[in-house]
Design a protein around this ligand. Sequence first.
Ligand code: NI
Length: 181
Amino acid sequence: MNELEDIVCAPDDRLKTECAPIDEITDDVRALADRMLRDMYAADGCGLAAPQVGELVQLVVIDVDWTEGKKNPYVLINPQIVVADGQERESGEGCLSFPGIQVQVRRPSHVIVRAKNLDGDLMQYEAQDNLMAICLQHEIDHLHGVTMVDHLRPGERMRTMREYQDALAHGARPGDVEVED
Ligand code: NI
């Protein structure tokens, strides 16, 4: 399947669903992680969550270094935010499930996340004031049916969704941040 066509775009109920924890790291889980990394790199994204490829399980892939041209992928299984604090900061976010738009989202600037990796080891990730801190929160939100537009105030969300429909009508595809008129 074409990688970009594999990505679920809003609106879709699968993006609004609480995802199930993964009990056992099977070949299917490893294959899903591979598929998600392939899709994420094909779309030039820095993160992708399982529901974005239609799989309602708690798996996230992240690579915040990819934009600098080198691959450094993280696979997070059943990730949990154990600390989210620090001064809140607003930054521009995009999402492969919302092609063609970017929104300003406020989030805590410091997070600590615990997750299993593909070997079943419990890992801890700490990030502050960087893309990783944003990406961890954005992707883990997806596992709980929350997308970036859910962080907007109602009026702003309506305006954003109109902008998004317009971007889709102009042919935006996953990975596009803005589409030329
Ligand atoms: Ni997203």
